[in-house]
Design a protein around this ligand. Sequence first.
Ligand code: M6R
Length: 608
Amino acid sequence: MCGIVGYVGPRQATPILMEGLRRMEYRGYDSAGIAVLDGHHLDIRKAAGKLGILVDEIAGCPPHGTTGIGHTRWATHGGPTTINAHPHTDQSGRIALIHNGIIENAPAIKQALLDRGHVFKSETDTEVLAHLVGAFYEGNLEEAVASALRDVDGAYGICVVSTDEPDVLIVARNGSPIILGIGDGENLVASDQSALVEHTRSVVYLDNGEMAILKADGYRVRTLTSRHVDKPVNQIEWDLATIERGGFEHFMLKEIFEQPESVENTMRGHLLEETGNVRVYGLKLSDEQIKGIKRIIITACGTSWHSGLIGKYMIEEMARIPTEVEYASEFRYRNPIVDAHTLVIAISQSGETADTLAALGEAKQRGARTLGLVNVVGSTIAREVDGGLYLRCGPEVGVASTKAFTSQVMALAMVTLRLARLRAMSLLDGQRYIQAMLKLPSQIRSILDRAPEVELLAERFANATNALYLGRGVNFPVALEGALKLKEISYIHAEGYPAAEMKHGPIALIDENMPVVVVAPRDAVHAKIVSNIQEVRARGGKVIAIVNAGDEEISRLAEATFIVPVTLDLLTPVLTIIPLQLFSYYVAVRRGCNVDQPRNLAKSVTVE
Ligand code: M6R
């Protein structure tokens, strides 16, 4: 989703801003722009479409100056046009502003400003905010921004510059991330660490309601009401190499292939083989508190919601705690039944998903204890929860989530073990799970070694226009995730269903042109899924089955099979999803799609 970058210091701002925007491209956007101050002269360049168009436009005559701001916009208010692209200016044209988020009372503010003679060029709420800052400006940009924001409802991360104060960046945050990058004789700001890491590892995370004033030689943080805030400086732990493609054609493929290591990293230091238990200090839950949990609600969006569904199967089966999984976007607007004995687990790769954050806020307000399973260190969700577990799968750049999914499932397995061992699970069962978990990285590697088999399969089915994904039990969420992966990057219409549900409707779609991907490891419901495959075959459907070795029965019925290694039933999703990720990747490449930045999608959905 939208990206913010800003620079103030001795170096030329344009190359730093453009590189920062390039690093944030993975977040998804549909226009881009920069504003650079050369003394009291403000040079703004914007373009609809991909960053390459802006690069071409400024080539030959790049904006000159050492203070600047840059933005990639994902359209919400108004179409993805050059006029709607950020930065936007105030009525005088002296103040420029970039903004992530949504100003909910923009229509009312706009009307008041129109009544005072303001003229607007774009359809955006951001231009309204820029005009509002200008309307408050009386020679002090910091105070004008604070006054404007006190009148605003909604979510924002903003960065503002002015020709009257050419060596200052003003930033503010409410609900949309802003990170200060603290340099040596220069300072930066961004909405995403990836835009900062090339220049500095020292960062300050702004919290909601805070503003920062940055100059080349220093910065300070305050609230909208002028109270000074002392902020800790944190260190980014990963380096630039971790967010480069490392020889792979796409980030998505690189991230699929990273899974043996990322899954291992998620588990590292947590598993206690001898006691068949896990040690997760971050959960911050005493044994007594764990025993007091009566109910669990898992809330998340998209792929993270799918891993949450797998968590439900694990927790109910192993820890016997009633568990519900709810879309964060639904949870936040219901009147959910939550109390002090309810544990709410928020799952998010980015830690910034607006709906998940709001659901978490709702749960906290109702007295629930909250846990976060989050990948991005220092992200808002990670800082808001009472306790949790970092996924530690490294930066995920491809818009289609892959390695975060398998790490989420591993994190859920670990949380489940911790809950289960304090309840009914025996030492031997705990040890059995841990031994099986430790084997998963090498089992994933053995699947990846056979990626060319999946590539051949993808070639055969790349021209399909629809696909059905079926699974049962814990592999039903895998079917959902496989279908999501296919549709989001190859634009093939795909649906996931519990296999037996097919006969209640989707079976009408099956004919010889419809590939049906069936996730069918030899688990407790294997015999049932064989019957479902027979139903598909009887209607001419072409079955691609994910099976364990030696499954003659399904091999006879299926058009094609892919073999995955055997593990415990509840851990099978970590293996069965890998060929489905590869399948969607190869189909999308074959169809010439932009795999890492699929149309209309954003990596981190920071608006409702
Ligand atoms: O960062 P989050 O895990 O909170 O993101 C949730 C979804 O937006 C995300 O999983 C989305 O569905 C991905 N595009 C899936 O590949």
